[in-house]
Design a protein around this ligand. Structure first.
Ligand SMILES: Cc1cc2nc3c(=O)[nH]c(=O)nc-3n(C[C@H](O)[C@H](O)[C@H](O)COP(=O)(O)O)c2cc1C
Length: 331
């Protein structure tokens, strides 16, 4: 019988499958079902400071406390003591109580006070670790990439200084120099990085000539981006890497482990294929390990990372020229 034990942000797991943050992981009954299906850990739906700020500003509006809400949003940090975050903490406690596997809370904050306050409150609620979601949609041309990245490093350090539980970071793929930034996180003591988050993108309805919000799940092949970056980064880092985005079946999990991931996060496949997909993926990994004669994940994890590739340039090559020149490929 193969041993599937692995880790997420240094937290021991019974297998490498983690349910990523989504609406499913905010529901105690769904989380119980996931545990029964074999999931190794849960990342709870994020607390979104921006959403809570908006709720508070709507309340403020009704009280007519401000004449110009937009200006207030730009110039002040809102008071965080209101019902929104209390509701979230209650949900976190209920999810924590529903299962015995590790439960990680996820934070999407805006202000430094928000990151630090939510981190302390969530640790007090009994979670086993924290996931910080770092991304930025830079709309002001006078802010440099360096300032944005330094701000994120400072938030990590501030959160690490107030909690004892492990702190991981889930990243956007849109950094100018992802290698440099992840190395800075590693040096600052991050307990693990997840490559990558996936963002909803606004769209246009051409008939109505209106903007629309499309809700699309990950597709086959989306895992190639985290696969490349896990392969390129896993040898360089002290902290573990978790792969996410487009991990849909056991084949995708095995690939991520081969290039050095310690665990994977799954979301879209649970929505598309149901929670029994967890059991199928765990069984699929076990079968493959038995076929290959591997007794534990560590027997093969990282065996195909960039430094161990037969073609060491495979994950570095960004040009398609060589592929296009191959006579066997007809376009
Ligand atoms: C319905 C839904 C809700 C999500 N909610 C969150 C969330 O609260 N916080 C977060 O960091 N990511 C959230 N995500 C992103 C996922 O955690 C994950 O990073 C992304 O879907 C990529 O993984 P996948 O390809 O397995 O779906 C959500 C995704 C979906 C589909």
């Amino acid at each position: 019988m193969s041993q599937l034990n692995s880790t997420l942000y240094g937290i021991p797991l019974k297998n490498p499958l983690v349910a990523g943050a989504s609406s499913f992981t905010a529901r105690p009954e769904k989380v119980k079902e996931m545990e029964a299906a074999g999931i190794a850990a849960i990342i709870i739906k994020s607390i979104f400071e921006e959403e809570l700020q908006l709720e508070e500003f709507k309340l403020d509006e009704s009280l007519e406390r401000y004449n110009n809400l937009h200006a207030e949003m730009i110039t002040t940090h809102p008071n965080l003591e209101y019902s929104g975050d209390q509701q979230h903490l209650l949900m976190v406690k209920n999810v924590r109580a529903a299962v015995t596997i590790p439960v990680i809370a996820s934070i999407n904050a805006v202000t430094r006070e928000g990151w630090v306050k939510y981190a302390k409150d969530l640790e007090a609620a009994g979670v086993d670790g924290l996931e910080l979601n770092f991304y930025s949609l830079p709309l002001m041309e006078n802010i440099s990439a360096e300032e944005i990245e330094t701000g994120h490093i400072e938030i990590l350090k501030a959160v690490k200084s107030v909690v004892k539980i492990p702190v991981g970071v889930k990243l956007s793929p849109y950094y100018t120099n992802i290698t440099g930034f992840v190395k800075r996180l590693d040096d600052a003591g991050v307990d693990g990085v997840t490559l990558f988050n996936r963002f909803f993108q606004p769209d246009i309805d051409t008939l109505k000539e209106k903007e629309s919000v499309t809700f699309s799940f990950s597709q086959v092949g989306d895992n190639l981006l985290p696969l490349r970056w896990t392969a390129l980064l896993s040898d360089k880092l002290n902290c573990p890497v978790t792969a996410a985005n487009g991990i849909l079946d056991e084949e995708d999990v095995i690939k991520a482990l081969l290039v050095g991931a310690s665990s994977v996060q799954i979301v879209s496949t649970l929505y598309k294929n149901g929670l029994q997909q967890i059991t199928e993926m765990v069984e699929g990994i076990e079968k493959w390990m038995e076929l290959k004669g591997y007794a534990s994940i560590e027997d093969f994890r990282g065996s195909m990372s960039k430094d161990k590739q037969q073609d060491p340039w495979a994950f570095e090559r960004i040009q398609y020229i060589e592929m296009l020149m191959k006579k066997s490929i007809m376009f």
